[in-house]
Design a binder for this molecule. Structure first.
Ligand code: NAP
Length: 665
């Protein structure tokens, strides 16, 4: 059967293709699928994404899109058994399915909740604090993120057909950018099954996702500066794609996740008697055998004290012998080509000086490679350059920790390193953090709770510098911004308020006072407007108030209670009011006490005390609706109120944001 593609809203299968590629069951060698891209109209698919996909995604806010990811995750969760069974033919064991399929679904959940918690419910994300650009406040600057106007193309490796796709789809979708997936040929049929479920679910707006099954060598010919390519695969293919004319001259945004010679270092403060030693061996074992070592993050170089090379190799060999049965607890590689590649890489490593140990019997049928340990008596370039993408690990010795740091750096940029240490975390971080996307520190205290060396997490960076490609598909909200353009905005506070959807000081206000009525706390979200403001009367502060507050709270800090000591302090004229007294009084000044649409105050942000308030001063407060975020799942939403306390001379005493929950109607 030819694996269909999903383009321009239709499933398409090439008819009478001139070129077909066979796809084999990794366990048996039987041809189970074929792929071809003959006659597929890729140019129209790109246009379809840029027009239909962009339009439909643009009709949803960031939170609406994030919520759809949760619905999708629930739907895929209900159908994951189907995906497990289809994926069995890739050689994946049940443990491997949890990584690829459940891991992919988990990534959707994480992005869904982070998108709704950490981003505004709008189409624009404001980046960082705004900048005053004129003395009178009439000209200010800020930055915004808006989605890129093209298509998010993903070209993926064979090893994680589901997770590899969903980890890129989730952030692109939240950003509002339609995706075109090109999975790798050997396991693309699993990605096809997953895309079919995604389409059949009816959850995604039309044009959100398209799929090319088969090789697509001319894909980049159709892209330009509006589009983004996220590539995962070998460094060789990354180099070819990166030098495409449309990347070099056409401005196609291109990031890659490529080879990575990840290290696991056993630091000099650990001895074989320590519990850390067992934890370290467990990391090596897991990384060697999960997905049969076909993980971009797997440990390729175990860097250990020179005198422990054999002890580490023996302990790892014993564990593998004890736990691994090929065909049961560890599957074959995903294709027979991979089997050949890995054998060739191991042969090169052996020729360069690696002493090989293979463990266990390889079944006759299937693309199996036995777990392989290479120990090294001396250093060689090959061990830092050749990635054997299977159950293969090299163990090399170091003289001291500085030597270990230098050996790790010779990977020329990696996704992740484990450092197993009790006391040397800071030294290693300074030595190798800049060479890695992620560092995983291990000792007896986190040995049981660690999420593992090789598991990228959706909330943390997945990607590494240099050889690892420089990509950052994951990393929480950073991943979403990857699919957006950052633009500086300059103008009046009203311009910036209109563009960002967030009120900026100096923009128009609609003011209410106690006398005038019309308090903004009486307005539900449906009536509340940015710039709705409440301005209080002045309230005088007396010495008795300050002393009473000190006594009742126990905060008798001298600046509130000892006139002489307060006057000796460089910041205070004499005894001053507690900052928290002023904040409490401000609440009393702006409150509208009767039941109404305001349900709760859930916190303050960015509180700063600026001018001290002493007795006989007065304070007043201005509270302005700054950010209004209706929740997509609830009958209420969040309102952030820009809050400024002034003294009787109109000097700013304190600034902060009050956070409230307010009913929609
Ligand atoms: P690959 O041979 O480079 O292929 C990767 C993808 O590129 C496949 O979808 C392939 O499609 C496509 N491709 C190849 N040449 C192309 C071209 N000229 N134009 C457009 N697309 C092209 O890599 P692989 O063997 O699948 O994956 C193994 C490698 O991926 C390992 O080196 C591993 O380290 C790396 N990897 C890295 C990460 C990471 O996060 N850093 C994650 C996973 C894997 P076809 O299959 O149709 O040829």
């Amino acid at each position: 059967m030819i694996v269909p593609s999903y383009l321009s809203g239709h499933w398409v299968t090439p008819e009478n293709p001139s070129k077909l590629t066979d796809v084999q069951d990794a366990r048996t060698g039987e041809v189970i699928h074929q792929v071809s891209t003959d006659g597929l109209d890729i140019a129209s698919a790109i246009d379809y994404a840029r027009e239909t996909g962009q339009k439909n995604l643009g009709e949803l806010t960031i939170h609406e899109r994030a919520l759809k990811l949760k619905e999708l995750a629930l739907y895929l969760g209900e159908h994951k058994e189907e995906l497990y069974r289809i994926s069995d033919a890739t050689g994946a064991t049940q443990r491997d399915h949890y990584i690829d399929i459940d891991g992919g679904i988990g990534t959707l959940f994480t992005f869904s909740s982070k998108g709704r918690r950490e981003l505004p419910n709008s189409h624009v994300i404001e980046d960082g604090p705004w900048e005053p650009l004129s003395k009178d406040g009439s000209f200010i600057g800020t930055h915004i993120y808006t989605r890129i106007p093209g298509v998010a193309v993903q070209i993926n490796a064979f090893n994680f057909p589901v997770w590899g796709m969903l980890e890129k789809f989730a952030p692109a979708f939240i950003a509002g950018v339609p995706t075109l997936v090109k999975p790798a040929t050997p396991t693309g049929y699993v990605a096809e099954a997953c895309v079919r479920l995604m389409v059949d679910s009816g959850i995604l707006p039309e044009g959100s996702i398209q799929l090319i099954s088969g090789s697509a060598r001319t894909l980049l010919d159709h892209l330009d500066y509006r589009d983004h390519v996220a590539f995962t695969g070998s460094a060789a293919t990354a180099a070819t794609l990166k030098s495409h004319q449309n990347v070099i001259e056409g401005g196609v945004r291109f990031t890659s996740e490529a080879d990575s010679l990840n290290a696991a270092i056993l630091a000099s403060d650990v001895t074989p008697e320590d519990p850390e030693f067992d934890a370290y061996i467990k990391v090596l074992f897991t990384e060697m055998t999960a997905k049969a070592g076909q993980k971009c993050t797997a440990v390729r170089r175990a860097i250990v004290p020179a005198e422990l090379v054999d002890a580490v190799a023996d302990a790892l060999e014993a564990k593998v012998k004890d736990k691994v049965k090929l065909g049961e607890t560890m599957g074959p590689l995903a294709s027979f080509d991979q089997q050949e590649d890995v054998s060739a890489a191991v042969a090169k490593l052996e020729a360069a000086g690696g002493n090989k140990r293979t463990i266990g019997d390889v079944p006759e049928q299937g693309a199996y490679v036995a777990p392989t340990i290479l120990t090294w008596d001396k250093d060689a370039d090959e061990v830092h350059n050749i990635e054997a993408f299977g159950p293969v690990v090299s163990i090399l010795g170091y003289r001291d920790d500085q030597d270990a740091i230098e050996l790790a750096q010779r990977g020329k940029g990696s996704l992740v390193a484990t450092v197993c240490t009790r006391t040397l975390a800071s030294e290693y971080a300074q030595g190798i953090a800049a060479h890695h996307g992620r560092l995983h520190f291990l000792d007896r205290d986190d040995a049981k709770t660690t999420t593992g060396h090789g598991s990228p997490l959706p909330m943390l960076i997945h990607g590494g510098p240099g050889r690892a490609g420089g990509g950052e598909e994951l990393g929480g909200i950073r991943g979403v911004k990857h699919y957006m353009q950052r633009t500086a905005i300059q103008g009046t506070p009203n311009h910036v308020t209109a563009v960002t959807g967030e009120w900026h000081r100096g923009a128009d206000i609609q003011r209410a006072t106690r006398k005038e009525g019309d308090h903004p706390f009486r307005k539900p979200l449906s009536e509340l407007k940015l710039g709705d403001q409440f301005a209080s009367e002045l309230r005088k502060v007396t010495l008795e108030d300050i002393l009473e507050f000190a006594e009742k709270t126990g905060d008798t800090f001298y600046a509130h209670t000892d006139e002489e000591a307060a006057m000796a302090n460089p910041f205070f004229p004499r005894r001053v009011a507690h900052g928290y007294l002023l904040v409490s009084w401000a609440a009393g000044l702006f409150v509208s006490p009767e039941p109404g649409p305001v349900l709760a105050n859930y916190g303050l942000e960015n509180l700063r005390f600026i001018t001290p308030v002493t007795y006989d001063d007065s304070i007043r407060v201005e509270l302005t609706a700054k950010r209004i975020t209706p929740r997509v799942t609830d009958e209420y939403g969040e309102v952030a109120w820009d809050t400024v306390l002034y003294n009787q001379n109109d000097e700013i005493v304190a600034t902060y944001d009050v956070l409230t929950l307010v009913e929609k109607k």
